[in-house]
Ligand binder design. Structure first.
Ligand code: ADP
Length: 466
C-alpha cells in the first residue's frame, strides 16, 4: 500500500513538473510570438510611413498641423493677453490640451493610410490608433508657455516645464510605436508619439500558436494516459503476483490436508491391533480411497486449467433435455456434499433440449452448488430456478450465504481470485471454481453473472443458448 502510494505521488509530481515545463515553454513561445507580431507591424508601419513620405511628401498630420497652427495663433494673439493670473492660465491649459489632442486624433490621415497599406500587404487592417503627447508648449514671442509635459518626457529632459494634470491615458505594452513627431511653429511646439494597437491581437497570436498549444496539450494528455496505463499495469501485476502467492499458500494447504490424512491412515494400518480388526481396516481403506480421490480431483483441476492455457477448450456436446440433466445433478448433489442443505428446484424450460457437454456442465453446476454450501455461515438454503429467455436457457442459483462485496464481484470469476482473502483459511479453496464455471459457460456460448449483498446471500445466473 505504501509503495503504491509512493508510485502514485511520484507519478503525479512528475506529471506536474512536466505540465509546468510545458506552461513555461508555451509562455516563452507566446512572448516570442508577441514580440514577432509587434516587430512585424512596427517594420510594416514604418515602411508605410516612409512610403507616404516619399510618394506624397507628407507624414499624415498636415491637416492637423494646419488646424493647430490656426488655433494656437488665434489663442496666442487673442486670448493669452486676456489671462490675468496663473490660476486662470492653468485652467486654460486644460482646454488647449483637449482641443489640440482632439485635432491630432481626428484630423490625421495616417491611420487610414496604414490600414489600406496593411490590407494591400494582406495583413490585419483593423487597429486602433493612439496619440500620446509628450510635450506641448505655446510660444509667445520669446516666451515659452508649458501646457503639458508627460512624466517620461520630463525624465528625459531637464525639468523646465511643469507636468500638468491634463495628461493622456497610459500607454500599454500591447501598443506598437509607429513614429514620433516633433513640430515647431511660430506659436506652438509639440512632441507626440503615434501608436497602433490591435484589439484582437491575442486572437491573432493564438491562431499562430495554435499548433504549439495543441501539440503541448496533446503531449500532456499522452503523458497522463501513459502514466495511468503504466500505473494500472503495475497494480495489475502486483495483484496477480499477490494472487499467485495466495494460490500457492492455498494449494499447499489444500494438498496437505488429504496427504496428512493418508499418512495417518497408513500409520494406522501398520498398528497390530488394527490389523486384527477387519471393520477398522475397511474404514481406514475407505478413508484412504476418499482422500486419494479428493487429491486426484485437486491435481486434475490444476492440470486441466494449465492445459486450457495452452490448448483450445474442447467440448463434447450432446443434445439433452435440460430439465432432466438438472434434476440428475441436483439429486446426486443432494445425496453427496449437499446433504446438509435445503434445496428447492423450480423449472420452466418448456421441454427445450440444448447442446451440452455433460461432464463440464455437471462440474459447472457442482462448483456453484458446493460454493453455495461452502460460503454459508448458517444452515444453507439453496433455491434453483430454471427458465427460458430469448433463446437462452437461464439457471439461477440463489443462496443465503455470506454474500460477496461489490468490489469482489468484479473479480470472483478471475483465476485464483478468492474474495475472503483476509480470512483465507476459514473457507478452503483455490480460487479456481468460478473461473472454471465462467470458462465452461463461455465455451457453451453463454455466460455467468453474479448479484450479491454481503450478509444476505448471492445469486449466480447461467445463460446458455439453445
Ligand atoms: P474458491 O471457492 O476455491 O475460493 P471460487 O472461484 O469458487 O474459489 O470462488 C471465488 C471466490 O468467490 C471465493 O473465494 C468466495 O470468496 C467467493 N464466492 C464464490 N461463491 C460464493 C457464494 N456462493 N457465496 C459467497 N461467496 C462466494
Amino acid at each position: 500500500m505504501k509503495k503504491r502510494n509512493t508510485i502514485l505521488i511520484l507519478g503525479i509530481i512528475s506529471i506536474l513538473i512536466f505540465i509546468s515545463v510545458q506552461v513555461f515553454v508555451l509562455r516563452g513561445i507566446w512572448r516570442t510570438k508577441q514580440e514577432m507580431f509587434d516587430l512585424r507591424y512596427k517594420l510594416l508601419s514604418q515602411e508605410a510611413v516612409s512610403f507616404l513620405n516619399r510618394r506624397y511628401a507628407t507624414d499624415g498630420f498636415d491637416t492637423a498641423r494646419f488646424m493647430i497652427k490656426g488655433y494656437t495663433e488665434k489663442f496666442v494673439k487673442e486670448q493669452l493677453p486676456l489671462i490675468e493670473n496663473d490660476s486662470m492660465l492653468q485652467a486654460r491649459k486644460q482646454e488647449i490640451y483637449g482641443v489640440i489632442s482632439g485635432i491630432l486624433n481626428q484630423e490625421q490621415d495616417l491611420s487610414e493610410f496604414l490600414s489600406s497599406y496593411f490590407e494591400r500587404q494582406r495583413f490585419e487592417k483593423n487597429f486602433n490608433h493612439m496619440i500620446i503627447i509628450n510635450s506641448l508648449e505655446l510660444v509667445n514671442f520669446d516666451e515659452r508657455i508649458p501646457v503639458f509635459e508627460s512624466e517620461g518626457y520630463a525624465n528625459r529632459r531637464p525639468p523646465q516645464l511643469a507636468r500638468d494634470t491634463a495628461g493622456p491615458r497610459e500607454k500599454h505594452s500591447s501598443e506598437i510605436l509607429v513614429n514620433r513627431f516633433f513640430t515647431e511653429d511660430n506659436n506652438y511646439r509639440i512632441f507626440f508619439d503615434y501608436y497602433i494597437d490591435f484589439s484582437d491581437k491575442k486572437t491573432l497570436i493564438m491562431k499562430e500558436t495554435a499548433a504549439s498549444l495543441m501539440m503541448s496539450g496533446f503531449s500532456i494528455i499522452v503523458v497522463v494516459i501513459l502514466f495511468l496505463i503504466t500505473y494500472r499495469n503495475l497494480m495489475e501485476e502486483k495483484r496477480l503476483s499477490n494472487l499467485k502467492t495466495d494460490f500457492i499458500n492455498n494449494m499447499t494447504h489444500e494438498l496437505k490436508t488429504p496427504l496428512s490424512t493418508i499418512t495417518v491412515a497408513g500409520k494406522t494400518l501398520e498398528m497390530p491391533q488394527i490389523r486384527t480388526n477387519e471393520s477398522k481396516i475397511l474404514e481406514t481403506a475407505k478413508l484412504l480411497g476418499k482422500q486419494s480421490i479428493h487429491l486426484n480431483q485437486l491435481i486434475n483441476m490444476i492440470l486441466e486449467i494449465s492445459m486450457w492455457e495452452r490448448t483450445e477448450f474442447q467440448l463434447d456436446r450432446k443434445k439433452v433435455r435440460i430439465e432432466e440433466v438438472m434434476n440428475d445433478i441436483v439429486e446426486s448433489f443432494r445425496s453427496g456434499c449437499g446433504n446438509c442443505a435445503s434445496l428447492t428446484q423450480k423449472y420452466n424450460f418448456n421441454g427445450v433440449a440444448t447442446d451440452l457437454d455433460l461432464v463440464y456442465f455437471t462440474t459447472l453446476m457442482n462448483n456453484l452448488l458446493s460454493n453455495a454450501v461452502k460460503y454459508s455461515d448458517k444452515d444453507p438454503v439453496i433455491d434453483i430456478e430454471g427458465f427460458t429467455e430469448e433463446n437462452n436457457i437461464c439457471i439461477r442459483i440463489a443462496d443465503n450465504g455470506i454474500g460477496i462485496s461489490k468490489s469482489d464481484q468484479k473479480h470472483v470469476f478471475d483465476k485464483f481470485y478468492r474474495a475472503s482473502s483476509g480470512n483465507i483459511h476459514k473457507y478452503k479453496g483455490l480460487g479456481l471454481g468460478l473461473y472454471y464455471v465462467k470458462k465452461i459457460a463461455v465455451a457453451h456460448g453463454g455466460d455467468v453473472t453474479v448479484s450479491s449483498k454481503p450478509g444476505k446471500g448471492s445469486i449466480f445466473t447461467i445463460t446458455i443458448p439453445y
